[in-house]
Design a binder for this molecule. Structure first.
Ligand code: PMP
Length: 419
């Protein structure tokens, strides 16, 4: 299978998997917090598919809902009909969302949801040459529009980027204020509420209140990317709820599909949405795609939401996450030369290692000398992730800062799992 993967899917990615030792692992089954590989080895999942598995693997209620849908021969392409499934999901998502975040677009991925979010905001801003502010260290997806708002040479490569864009440092209110005040064409600000790929980085309440005020004062639309940090991951349904503010547009994906379907959603304030697409004339430029809100995906996401609340998974995320952080901080106190920082909220936790290249024993220095600067600086998280795999615990480092191990287990994670 390894050869076939290399020949037909992605030779570059195969190389990367080999580096991590994943090329030898074939996952046979998965349940709750665990994977089982081809040798019957159980692997505790603290990676959760980049935080996309709130309900754990193969939640029985989600499977049952899908099975019922299939057994009853149901099917529906939402774009063609007044879909009962898509409508029910949209109504429930609006109910989970504060303020008048009421209008829902359903797609299949986080990138698609973010594309829709940026489009609705750009139109509602009323600017002809609308400029979009995004943050350093951001990740919003790999389709061309949002790739252009993703601050990574790694992903952007030498593609032609699109749109009028202005980059500011994340969490720096003064920089945002300077940008908005100096350029009336700025109509949209796009920010992850917690930067995931960037290394699990959050900003204080004063920053978010400032973002809200600045946007209100200058008629700018704030888009909050909650694809990774939303859906209960930080101990609230949306991470922005920690700060008592509501953005104009937001986006969810990942766990929204309950680990079984590809579902992304853009949720916009009613008036914002109406400004953009409210008239029959503009209805067709709305982002709707062929498979958005398709029956089986909508039913899956609906049951996922039911489970999230019936099993108090958001509260569990808050409590188990606090336990995880406190246990890791105890270890950090004991080994400050190894662990630099422990941070996060709920079950979105970053464990940052000291730059190992600086503390490496003398005997290993020659090995280090063989690596380039970038690789040297990111060795610790890499080694940390490898070592944890020897204990049958699956974790991964964050994309931009590889000294940070991301701990984003399913929200069904228990105190015992943490211990
Ligand atoms: N936004 C954020 C914050 C993400 O973390 C991701 C995925 N890692 C995306 C957008 C894109 O989601 P997808 O991979 O489903 O397109």
């Amino acid at each position: 299978m390894a050869e076939l993967f290399k020949d037909h899917i992605n030779p570059g990615q195969f190389h990367f998997m080999k580096l991590l030792g994943f090329h030898k692992v074939k996952i046979e089954t998965a349940e709750g917090m665990y994977y089982t590989d081809q040798n019957g080895r159980k692997i505790l999942d603290f990676f959760g598919g980049f935080g996309s598995l709130a309900h754990g693997h193969n939640h029985p209620r989600v499977i049952a809902a899908r099975k019922q849908f299939q057994d009853e021969n149901r099917h529906e392409i939402a774009i063609a009909f007044l879909s009962q499934y898509a409508t029910a999901l949209a109504k429930n998502l609006a109910a989970c969302s504060p303020g008048d975040l009421d209008m829902v677009f359903l797609g299949s991925t986080g990138s698609e949801a973010m594309e829709a979010a940026v489009k609705v905001a750009e139109r509602a801003s009323g600017r002809k040459n609308c400029k979009i502010v995004y943050a350093e260290n951001s990740f919003h997806g790999k389709t061309k529009g949002v790739l252009s708002l993703t601050d990574s040479e790694l992903y952007q490569g030498d593609f032609q980027l699109v749109g009028n864009r202005v980059k500011v440092p994340f969490g720096d209110l003064q920089a945002l204020s300077n940008a908005i005040k100096s350029d009336p064409d700025i109509g949209v600000v796009v920010l992850e509420t917690v930067q995931g790929g960037g290394g699990i980085i959050s900003a204080p309440e004063a920053y978010w209140r400032g973002v809200r005020d600045l946007c209100d004062e200058h008629n700018v639309l704030w888009v909050a990317d909650e694809v990774q940090c939303g859906y209960g991951r930080t101990g609230k349904f949306y991470a922005f709820e920690h700060y008592g503010v509501v953005p104009d547009v937001t986006a969810l994906a990942k766990s929204l599909g309950a680990g079984k379907a590809a579902v992304g959603a853009m949720i916009a304030k009613r008036d914002v949405y109406m400004k953009a697409y409210g008239s029959p004339k503009t209805a067709m430029i709305h982002a709707q795609a062929t498979f958005g809100g398709i029956g089986e995906a909508s039913v899956t996401a609906m049951e996922g939401l039911n489970v999230l609340y019936d099993e108090d998974l958001i509260e569990n995320s808050a409590q188990v996450g606090a336990h995880l952080i406190s246990r890791l901080k105890q270890i950090q106190e004991k080994y400050p030369k190894i662990i630099k920082d422990v941070r996060g909220q709920g079950l979105m936790v970053g464990l940052e290692f000291q730059d190992f290249s600086k503390t490496m024993p003398m005997v290993l220095r020659p090995v280090l000398a063989m690596l380039d600067e970038k690789l040297k600086g990111s060795l610790s998280g890499f080694i940390g992730a490898q070592l944890l795999r020897d204990y049958d615990i699956l974790v991964a480092f964050t994309e931009y800062n590889r000294n940070v191990i991301r701990l984003e287990p399913p929200l069904v994670c228990t105190m015992d799992n943490v211990d």
